[in-house]
Design a protein around this ligand. Structure first.
Ligand code: SF4
Length: 427
């Protein structure tokens, strides 16, 4: 007879989208489980202690900059709950650095996309089967080494919903065909786009509208790539999506596309694309990825565009009534003072055209080609100029905090040199 499994989630606002997708996968697959959400370490521990007989699986998910803080929380939860529960860390950090995660105290690391893994894991716990049969895991062996099971499959996006019984942005595209060297997306989700079908998106919107929601947002690495396999937008596919969503919404429904929590690539911002968006969307801003004002740095970062489409994109977006929010990253590896001056000049020019600059600091993120790269020094003069832009209301962002994260990530990368993962034959 199957034993009961209680899934306790350390439920944090920063990672709700991914967690909702996992819970939706469990529900869609009809996997019996009790669910409890802990919004604080203390509440998480209370839930663990309150569960009855059976197994307790505690889900954690976090981004690389939060890894240290989450490890401290894990220690608190373990001590408050008397060591009960099997703790698994998932998400992009756990995928990239399973040994770090195991050393930090988690029992398991979830590697890659979690939907198939969570289904197999809960079933294995119910049946008391060895966890080596579960794909997409790193398991601590007797020596503390993270041993990996077989890879979790990357399924079509329609295989699972973005959420069930909840609301949130709908994931319309997973994976990214671009190869920006600072970005974890292609590493985590693969180098090809997988698009959710319009029918599946409509199903999500219909259910949300039925729950009284009128605003729809999307998760995608690059909004105007929807429906396209390659670098060129397929505006017919984008229109089919937006028209389909609009049909499912009530008359006062609103579509947000190309704005938070997603963005558009600069070369995709054309008058034709803007006219299309204007017919359907409610957002008054567009998030555009520029990243640098130096063609040399853009080429080194593998962005796949230079600075010229950035100026055009901002001008075209503004002409069509969108306020452009333009992302810049300072401190990319190899960036010189001249490169930074070029970025500041471009940022100021774009601000004059009506853009707001979203400033970031380069972080050597695990899993990326630049995991071990040295962040470039950001001199006081550059910092002062960024502050000046912010004081004028032309810039915003957490670049100072990210600079602190960058130092910690660089130290962690040095402590854990890249290694070839060891794999156990699955049972
Ligand atoms: S930064 Fe955007 S375009 Fe570049 S790889 Fe990441 S998701 Fe794709």
């Amino acid at each position: 007879m199957a034993q009961a499994v209680c899934v306790v989630v350390r439920y944090r606002k920063a990672v709700t989208y991914g967690v909702h997708a996992l819970l939706a996968a469990l529900e869609t697959a009809g996997v019996e489980h009790e669910l409890r959400l802990g919004t604080t370490p203390e509440e998480t521990a209370e839930h663990i202690l309150a569960t009855g007989a059976g197994r307790v699986l505690v889900l954690w998910s976090f981004y690389s900059p939060d890894a240290e803080a989450m490890a401290a929380e894990l220690a608190t939860v373990r001590s408050l709950s008397g060591g009960r529960g099997l703790h698994i860390a998932g998400g992009v950090h756990a995928t990239a650095e399973p040994q770090q995660v195991i050393d930090a105290g988690w029992d398991l690391a979830g590697i890659g996309e979690g939907e198939s893994t969570i289904i197999s894991l809960v079933r294995a716990l119910q049946r008391d089967e060895p966890l080596t049969s579960v794909p997409g895991l790193a398991i601590r062996d007797a020596d503390g080494v993270a041993l990996r099971t077989g890879p979790a499959p990357q399924l079509p996006l329609d295989a699972f919903p973005s959420f069930t019984g909840r609301n949130g942005p709908i994931e319309i595209t997973r994976g990214c065909r671009y190869t920006c060297r600072f970005c974890q997306t292609p590493f985590m989700f693969g180098g090809q786009f997988r698009h959710r079908s319009v029918a599946s998106v409509r199903e999500h919107v219909r259910a949300m509208a039925g729950r009284g929601l009128r605003d729809v947002r999307f998760i995608t690495p690059t909004s105007l790539s929807y429906g396209s396999p390659g670098p060129d937008p397929d505006l017919g596919a984008v229109e089919e999506l937006l028209a389909g969503v609009k049909e499912e919404l009530p008359p006062n429904g609103r579509i947000f596309f190309g704005s938070f929590p997603s963005e558009v690539r600069p070369e995709h911002v054309t008058p034709e694309a803007m006219r299309l968006l204007k017919r359907y969307v409610a957002n008054d801003n567009l998030i555009i990825g520029a990243q640098s004002g130096s063609d040399r740095v853009l080429a080194a970062s593998g962005r796949g565009h230079d600075t010229s489409p950035v100026r055009d994109a901002v001008r075209i977006a503004a002409e069509h009534g969108f306020r452009p929010n333009v992302d810049f990253i300072f401190g990319m590896p190899g960036e010189t003072e001249e490169d930074q001056a070029a970025s500041l000049k471009l940022a100021a020019d774009l601000a004059d055209l009506g853009a707001r600059i979203h400033t970031h600091t380069f972080m050597p993120l695990p899993g990326t080609p630049w995991r071990d790269a040295e962040p470039a020094f950001i001199p006081l003069a550059t910092m002062t100029e960024l502050d000046r832009l912010a004081q004028r209301g032309d810039a915003y962002g957490h670049w100072r905090k990210q600079a602190e994260h960058a130092v910690r990530l660089a130290a962690a990368a040095k402590a854990y040199p890249r290694r070839t993962p060891r794999r156990r034959t699955t049972g």
